[in-house]
Write a protein that binds this ligand. Structure first.
Ligand code: COA
Length: 436
């Protein structure tokens, strides 16, 4: 409790109407520290006031210098660099370096980084055996989640998270091996032989080779496809404190090894509310079937029958900047693969929705998932693989956030409070008496 008259300017004065007492709570970085509310109590045995915020809708869990988003203006920056510039002028591996190290690499640093990643793409032969052990119809995300978690058993030293060199090694390994694990999950689901990494190829070319190579001695990817995939990976590389990143941070806060933390991130991304929306967009477009059916579909959405998938976002109340860039990537991919016939429906749907008062009023714009599924389908990925591509792209972001967490002195093991709603102090009656 403090003297209100002498309160500092950046503070919040709270009056507890239960007691009539007033408290001054400091405002720093436009937030108040939740623990400061703990001093607000009605009596000695009161644990103090807490906040209730399911889904962390209005709670900052960390300080972070990795990614900036302004949802109202539709701005996304990695380490201060606008996503548009990175997508146009950088590469996925350079962006990965930027996210993890906080600044762009020199030529030498970049070459070393690319070399390190390229020469860690192979996995232990036993990994192949356990991927083969999955059922023929196993979902590739389930396989990816299990296999990245299993890597912790191959690198037990990864648990030394206080050692910066050791952390670096594991981050390199994970960025390098995720495409191998993702591609092998895909090949297993297809019943095709696994393709080993080809260290002569770039990151995305190698990934395409591991996915699609058959009997040819060298897989040559169309450069336009490799570039488009690289851009897609850049666009998915980080998105501040989203569900999967929060999962990585939360699990990582127990100081477990990073493979286990990233496996948690893959699990979170697997969910349809997070990584699975592009698949839903594709299903929706197929169901609409032709442009003539759009007005009736839109009416259904406005009546609350269903949602226009790929529209709307918790943070973006403007055009998702990634959606704009993906739309551009569509042109490049379709130049090679031929236009996905669903594109016409998607574009018309977007045009109608952006002019319709229902969507305008609610500030609903296309999000990252609206067009990405069309590209993935044109590249011949089955829908189950869409989220695997997302996971590979997100890996540097997860790791940058994990690394930040580990080196942040303010961080603690994640352990939210609860509001207990259950019974108390019941008397236990043994089974034989209860069932007698
Ligand atoms: C992303 C999403 C979950 C964000 O949800 P949110 O921030 O909790 O927003 P709300 O669900 O509160 O929606 C606000 C209003 O817009 C409407 N709305 C939101 N998204 C909509 C959509 N895609 N289609 C139709 N109406 C939508 C809601 O019905 C609500 O209307 P109301 O105020 O009349 O009740 C939501 O926009 C959605 O479900 N989009 C479709 C799924 C999708 O594309 N997900 C990928 C996200 S990257």
């Amino acid at each position: 409790m403090t003297d209100v008259a002498a309160k500092p300017t950046d503070s919040l004065t709270v009056r507890d109407n239960r007691t009539g007492q007033e408290y001054d709570i400091a405002i720093t970085d436009n937030t108040i520290a939740a623990k400061d509310l703990g001093q607000i109590r009605v009596g000695e045995d009161d644990p103090g006031l807490a906040t209730y915020d399911p889904g962390f809708v209005n709670t900052a869990s960390c300080r972070s210098a990795v990614t900036f988003i302004d949802g109202d203006k539709g701005i996304l920056e990695y380490r201060g660099y606008p996503i548009e510039q990175l997508a146009e002028k950088s590469t996925f591996l350079e962006v990965a370096y930027l996210l993890i190290h906080g600044e762009l690499p020199t030529k030498e640093q970049y070459e070393n980084w690319v070399h390190e990643i390229t020469y860690h793409t192979f996995v232990h032969e036993n990994v192949k055996e356990f991927v083969q052990g999955f059922r023929y119809d196993a979902h590739p995300m389930g396989m990816l989640m299990a296999s990245v978690g299993a890597l912790s058993t191959f690198y037990p030293e990864a648990v030394n998270i206080a050692d910066a060199d050791n952390r670096h090694m594991q981050m390199v390994r994970m960025i390098a091996k995720m495409p191998t694990l993702g591609a092998w999950s895909f090949r297993h689901a297809q019943g095709k032989p696994f393709v080993y990494p080809d260290n002569d190829l770039s990151y995305t070319e190698n990934f395409l080779s591991m996915l699609f190579k058959m009997s040819e001695s060298k897989y040559v990817a169309d450069p336009r496809i490799a570039k488009a995939l690289d851009v897609l990976l850049i666009l998915h590389a980080d998105h501040e404190q989203n569900c999967s990143t929060n999962a990585v941070r939360s699990v990582g806060s127990s100081q477990v090894d990073p493979y286990s933390a990233v496996a948690a991130g893959v699990g979170a991304l697997f969910g349809p509310l997070h990584g699975g929306a592009n698949e839903a967009v594709l299903r929706m477009l197929k169901r609409i079937g032709s442009k003539e059916n759009i007005p009736a579909f839109i009416e259904g959405v406005k009546n609350g029958d269903e949602r226009l998938m790929g529209f709307g976002h918790r943070v973006y109340k403007n055009y998702d900047p990634r959606a704009k860039l993906i739309k551009k990537a569509c042109d490049d991919v379709f130049e090679v693969t031929g236009v996905n016939p669903l594109l016409e429906i998607a574009q018309e749907l977007e045009k109608i929705a952006l002019e319709d008062e229902y969507f305008v009023k609610r500030r609903l714009y296309p999000n990252v998932d609206f067009y990405s599924g069309l590209i993935y389908e044109a590249l011949q990925f089955p829908p189950e693989m869409f989220t695997v591509l997302f996971a590979i792209g997100r890996t540097p972001g997860w790791l940058a956030q994990w690394n930040e967490l580990i080196t942040d002195k303010e961080q603690k093991i994640a352990r939210p409070k609860q509001i207990y709603t259950g019974d108390r102090e019941l008397t236990f009656v043994p089974a034989e008496e209860r069932w007698a």
